[in-house]
Ligand binder design. Sequence first.
Ligand code: NAD
Length: 329
Amino acid sequence: MKIAVFSTKAYDKDYLERYNTFGFKLTFYKVRLTEETAHFAKGHDAVCVFVNDQITAEVLEILKEDGVQMIALRCAGFNNVDLEKAMELKMPVLRVPAYSPHAVAEHALALILTLNRKTHKAYNRVRDMNFSLERLEGFDLYNKTVGVIGTGIIGSVFAKVVKSFGCRVIAFDVKENEELTAMGVEYASLEDLLPQCDIVSLHCPLLPSTYHLINKETLKLMKPGSMLINTSRGALVNTKHVIKALKSRHLGYLGMDVYEMEDKLFFRNLSEKIIEDDQIARLLAFPNVLITAHQAFFTDEALTQISKTTLNNVNEFANHLPLTNQVTF
Ligand code: NAD
């Protein structure tokens, strides 16, 4: 199998080559998969893509014409793939459903603890010989109420982590997780959950039903001064509305690892560039906002699992084996 790997970073090449026990021929492209770059895959059997590659109907048509037979996602989310078109063209889409739920859940916790205890500010202060504590005050997580939206693989690990801090955990999902209810996690509707929570963490996928789940109406329901954490997908949150909620001081803190317009920014060094996106600039100007650039998955364990599963997915396809991780809808 010849695989065209798009959006390649040094670490992708390193891990994919390390675990390529199948002897696949890998061609690495730094560029994203778009309509303009799709023809780079000509002569390959599969494309391997990441969260911001654009697997649109047009791209799929080009890939099909150029002989590509399958799409190997090296991520869990698949909101960037036109699944209907892929199905119509008989191009299976395979993903990595669970690589390290701990990586993402622990990053959500890192955002909470950093925003709360302001360790990022303390680090800079102390390095500057400023040993004052003014404005570094935080709050105990113990006894606080945490809302978990989406209690699948990552959300349930996150719920257990915050439970171990002595938090009360309320969850919202279209289906209940019995293991969590047995641990004392309470399920509630979104409307009932939001006003009760000191912290709300999003762990549901981006679907038409979850697009802008956090908007001006749902933000109004959140407890004044509470914290919103998004490590799931940017478009779960209406960015304009969240900026308004921060300006009005209704929303107390925002931690985000994903951003609605991240495809024009994330995974690149733009430090010497003029940023056209005024919303990210506004968000970065708030002292109570912490942004990381889609790094929640970025641990050794997760990268290992992503590479192994991605290559195994291609192997199953190549050998006409049952496709364990095929995305269906
Ligand atoms: P999962 O499929 O195991 O869990 C998702 C949960 O959301 C399920 O329990 C599902 O029932 C629930 N859900 C579906 N529709 C819902 C709705 N309308 N309202 C509430 N809940 C709903 O997925 P997962 O592995 O836990 O991953 C969750 C998300 O995390 C992924 O979709 C992906 O977008 C994101 N993610 C981000 C990173 C990162 O690096 N930031 C890494 C991996 C995954």
